[in-house]
Write a protein that binds this ligand. Structure first.
Ligand code: NOJ
Length: 437
């Protein structure tokens, strides 16, 4: 099939019927919305001058910790039938092996509130933030990291598993490794290729053990990891080295994690990095779906001077507030590539746009829904779509400068505001609902 034309998106982008159990939801992460979190590595990192734009601190964030009921109502008002969110490890295990009953009760209650209004929860175990005690002991490269994640998963499965079917063990392990250990912009702020490879191995081992623990605790669980997947194209198509750099970016950044899962072996080969190649039987079959976080296309230039030998540029399309090109065709490209490579069901675990004025979000949503629907019409089994994000939130090192929320948040009053993006999300939800028998 040819690529759809994105010049004129039909008012109903769902060009073929969508399965009745399709998840149409919104996504958040604990640290970005809950607020009042002091026990993790990010809380410490934020205090280092110059790390967060404008010197911002996460502070109360969107105060979601105290506003669960209100926010569940907001999700419902969008017409969503699913919500992906993370549970904050540092709250649940404030000291090694010590579980905080009140924190577990809080999340059990959140899940119950969602279920009571017909919203399917999808839980992420690790969305970037590590308990402070674990970070002090080495974080992702600590020998104990995989077992610690495994016991956290076992506990989560045992306590919450009766009401949770969909799980992401990790969020964007490729980003966490790269930002933490290659460009050093995120905790632990290192630039060390040998440690980067060890962090990658730790994340893979952690995923495999966590998946095994979840399967044991909750039969029928659907498990995956949410990957940050980019469309990469050579800046100069005719230049072989740009093409080579593009391939390196795709294999090293996009595919290495799930390739390892499929091969049952920890594998990473990037020029200038130590080679990782080690069998791990538990990896095979550890994922039931591929989680796709899709945001962007990169034009890739071979740059021998750069630490990873690639330089990334934005394409010519319209730009978000973050300077990221809006490129809905890219979602179709990624879905095709993921399906061809892994033959696993796909879950769009994140897709969204930094857009403070709220002018882009509606068209963004509709055009990406069209790209997804096109992929589904081609027979690619996409099982759900989660928009990033429900609320404006703490955007990591960008602090509060970027706004991704379907609902805008006034951080002085915590007032939530309905916007045109929310209107479009609800309109699309109604179209999906109308298709159900
Ligand atoms: C992906 C990350 O998972 C999420 O935490 C972040 O806020 C969004 N991208 C937007 O940058």
């Amino acid at each position: 099939m040819d690529d759809p034309s994105f010049q004129s998106i039909p008012a109903n982008p769902f060009i073929t019927p969508v399965p009745t159990d399709f998840l149409w939801g919104v996504a958040t992460a604990a640290y970005q919305v809950e607020g009042h979190t002091s026990g993790n590595d990010w809380a410490r990192f934020e205090t280092i001058p110059g790390m967060i734009k404008g010197g911002a601190r996460s502070g109360a964030a969107a105060d979601h910790w105290n506003r669960v009921s209100e926010d569940v109502g907001l999700i419902k008002a969008l017409g969503a039938n699913a919500h992906r969110f993370s549970i904050e490890w540092s709250r649940l295990e404030p000291a090694p092996g010590h579980w905080d009953q009140r924190a577990w009760d809080h999340y059990a209650d959140e899940i119950a509130q969602l279920r009571a209004v017909g919203i399917e929860p999808m839980l992420t175990l690790l969305h970037f933030t590590l308990p402070g005690w674990l970070a002090e002991r080495g974080g992702l490269v600590a020998e104990e990291f995989p077992q610690r994640l495994e016991s956290f998963a076992a506990e989560a499965g045992r306590r919450l598993g009766a009401d949770v079917r969909f799980w992401c063990t990790l969020n964007e392990p490729n980003v966490q490794m790269f930002y933490g250990y290659v460009n050093g912009l995120w905790p632990p702020g290192l630039r060390d290729k040998a440690l980067a490879v060890r962090a990658f191995a730790g994340l893979l081992r952690g995923h495999a053990l966590a998946a095994r623990a979840l399967r044991a605790a909750c039969p029928g669980a659907q498990i995956g990891a949410a990957m940050h997947l980019v469309v990469a194209e050579p800046l100069r198509r005719w230049w072989p080295l740009d093409r080579l750099a593009t391939r390196l970016l795709e294999t090293g950044f996009n595919w290495a994690f799930y390739d390892s899962i499929q091969r049952g072996a920890l594998q990473l080969r990037l020029p200038g990095f130590p080679v990782l190649d080690e069998a791990m039987a538990e990896l095979a079959g550890s994922a039931d779906f591929v989680g796709v976080n899709f945001y962007r296309r990169h034009l890739v230039r071979f740059a021998p001077e750069a630490p990873t030998m690639v330089e990334l540029r934005s394409g010519p399309g319209p730009l978000s507030d973050a300077g990221v090109e809006i490129h809905p065709q890219g979602l179709l490209t990624i879905l095709r590539r993921v399906w061809n490579r892994y033959q696993l069901p796909v879950m769009i675990t994140e897709n969204g746009v930094a857009d403070a004025a709220g002018r882009l979000r509606g068209p963004y949503l509709r055009s990406h829904a069209y790209a997804m629907a096109w992929a589904m019409a081609e027979g690619i089994p996409v099982k759900g779509y989660f928009h990033w994000s429900l609320l404006d939130n703490f955007e990591w090192t960008d602090g509060y400068t970027l706004r991704f929320g379907l609902y805008g948040v006034d951080f002085a009053t915590q007032e939530r505001r309905w916007g045109p993006g929310a209107e479009e999300f609800r309109r699309l939800a109604a179209l999906l609902a109308a298709q159900r028998p």
